[in-house]
Ligand binder design. Sequence first.
Ligand SMILES: C[S@@+](CC[C@H](N)C(=O)[O-])C[C@H]1O[C@@H](n2cnc3c(N)ncnc32)[C@H](O)[C@@H]1O
Length: 278
Amino acid sequence: MSLAQDVFWKLHEGLPKQGPGSDASTLRALALAGELPSAPRILDLGCGTGRQSLTLARATGGHVTAVDVWAPSLAVLRERAARAGLGAQIETVQQSMGALDLRGRIFDLVWCESAVYTIGFDAALRAWRPLLVPGGALAVSELAWLRADPPERARRFWAGGYPAMRAHEANLRALADSGYLLADSFTLPDTDWEDGYYAELARRIPRCERDTLNPRLTRCSMRRRTRSRCSASARGALGTCSTSRGRPCRTVPITAEHGLRPRNDARNASRVPPIRPR
Ligand SMILES: C[S@@+](CC[C@H](N)C(=O)[O-])C[C@H]1O[C@@H](n2cnc3c(N)ncnc32)[C@H](O)[C@@H]1O
């Protein structure tokens, strides 16, 4: 395991959620997906430890194929599903979402929360569309700027952290260009970032510094991140699309957006930026 993977796993191990989001926001997006068959087939990409996989399985009574590259997260998800009595509804698959081999299976709902950045928003829209049944739905969250004039400090941070991050409107244009029809969008509340995620990561960083990182790396990277005063909110966008054969296909893309407030915003005092896997 590389040092970056070791650090990432130590910080995220056992977290109730592995990125911004909440059951309430997942259910809100699910409602925007419109009518689904009973027991829908759901593909959850970059599922992590599966907060949203469990929520979707419980809410729909469907079957969730939960995909992630990181085997330890999938093991946690299997345990959580078994404990919740959802073991029969959730199947885990260790694969890269950028090179899926699902043996021709197609889905009523394709879902991706806080993970599309790993292969890129536009590439994901193109690659995942054939996985939808006609009338199926896609939901995806994505970091994006919420304002045209973000603070310089925020710009600098994200230029390094996620150079591909762009404005929400640009993501909506990408949806349209890929043949999706937008149904709706919403911004994740700050509590979706803070509760159980940023707050928990900030609590874990000192132990991780002590146990895992050498002092030089600690000074250069982790402390700087801890001191960052950033906050985030995310916005989702829901829509419909047509399949490449032109048959009507409902889809639910959610784009999440990321905004930063100026440093002197007292509410941001304990917040840290997300740490992305490499
Ligand atoms: C920020 S976490 C989000 C996890 C989960 N969706 C959530 O919101 O709690 C991103 C997840 O994407 C996974 N991931 C990264 N690259 C991936 C890839 N190429 N294919 C599948 N999963 C990937 C990571 O292992 C991690 O579990």
